[in-house]
Structures are given as C-alpha cells and as structure tokens.
Design a protein around this ligand. Structure first.
Ligand SMILES: [Zn+2]
Length: 212
C-alpha cells in the first residue's frame, strides 16, 4: 500500500520527524496552502506491530484524502516523534488513541469525544482488541479495519457531531464484508461539511496568528 500521509512536524508545529527542515507549515502562505490539512497525533497504547499500525494509518489517511483532506500523521510511538509528542497540543491538532478495550464492553470498535459548540473536538479512540475480535469472527484485514474505524472516529471530530449517516463510512454499523468503495468513504455531503469546517477553522487560526 502506498501511504497517503506524510510524517511532518516542522519547528512551527511539533519539531521535525522525517521531513526535518522542510518547514511546510511555517508562515502565512503555507497556512493558506494547508487550509485542508489536519495534523493527527497517534498514540498506540495497545501496541500494534509497527507495520500494521503504519498500514492502518495509511488507510485512514487515504480515506481522508478521498474527502479532500490531507492528514499529517505524527506517530508518537516512533522515537523521533516521542519528544515532540510530549509538547502541548497545537491549535487544530487531533489525537488518535489506539487502545485495547472500551470500558463498556468488547463490542465498541471506537469512539470520539465530540464537544459540539462547547469547544474543539480533539480525541478519537479505536479499540484494537475489539476490532481484532470482530475481524476474527467475520473476516477482514485487521490493519484495514483499524484504519477505517480511525477514519470514522476522526470523521466525528471533523464533522463536530456524533450523528451518523445512512450511507458511507459514517453509517453506524458495519458489515466488514462490504467491498464497495463507497461504503468506506465519506459521503459527498459529509466530505463537503468536513472541508467547509476545516476551511473556517484554519482561516480563524490564520487570523489569530496574524493579529498583532
Ligand atoms: Zn460513529
């Protein structure tokens, strides 16, 4: 699989990881260019094998890319990222946690803390043990499903809502055997809402940073 994400944390974000010195997000012009980019810190507390985690993150990033959003993944389980990940969360950054099991049982595959208008929604979680159990029972590829659950939960954060859709990735229950690409992408409407919210959010950040 060709990863659709890049590991970037230039000095004005989190400190360089793989693209040291590239600095693609420094300055007003690059802020404009990055209007539809979102930085996602990933904390794998479950301990997926590194290649499985990378494959899952590539699936999540590819799904967001299909919605017109560039995911800038910061894998906090890699040594170069570890120090940067101890810094406070930057404006607009999201956190994706990979946990073992949810508190309320083994059936929830993931969740997202959505704050609506009360503040930024920043934390999404996927439950790797629950997903592995579902995959064991119904078939499928673990990394692919982890990535799709991650994209779904990140979708809640980006949409600012826990509401589900009738179709596409944001539907509330899944048959893992479905192979139609449309079942695993955001609907046109959800993708448009995500892009619109990101543009508004990043424009507000740009204005705040430009203020004297
Ligand atoms: Zn959901």
């Amino acid at each position: 699989m060709c990863p659709q994400f890049r590991h970037v944390s230039p000095p004005c974000h989190l400190g360089s990881i793989e693209a040291r010195g590239a600095g693609p997000h420094c300055g007003v012009m690059s802020m404009l260019a990055a209007a539809l980019a979102v930085t996602i810190r990933v904390y794998d507390l479950y301990g997926l094998p590194a290649d499985t985690r990378q494959e899952a993150l590539a699936v999540a990033a590819e799904t967001l890319a299909h919605a017109g959003v560039e995911a800038i993944i910061v894998d906090c389980n890699t040594k170069p990222a570890a120090a940067a990940c101890k810094l406070g969360l930057g404006d607009g950054e999201l956190v994706l946690r990979i946990h073992r099991l949810p508190k309320d049982g083994a059936h929830t595959l993931g969740d997202a803390i959505v704050r609506g208008e009360r503040g930024p929604s920043t934390i999404a979680t996927v439950y790797a043990t629950a997903i592995a159990e579902r995959v064991r029972r119904t078939g499928g590829n673990l990394a692919t499903i982890v990535g799709r659950v991650a994209a779904h939960e990140l979708g809640h954060l980006l949409l600012g809502s826990n509401v589900h859709a009738l179709h596409g990735l944001m539907r509330p229950s899944w048959d893992l055997q479905r192979v139609d690409r449309g079942d695993w992408d955001f609907t046109v409407e959800d993708a448009a809402t995500i892009r619109s919210r990101l543009q508004r959010r990043n424009a507000a950040l740009l204005l705040a940073r430009a203020a004297p």
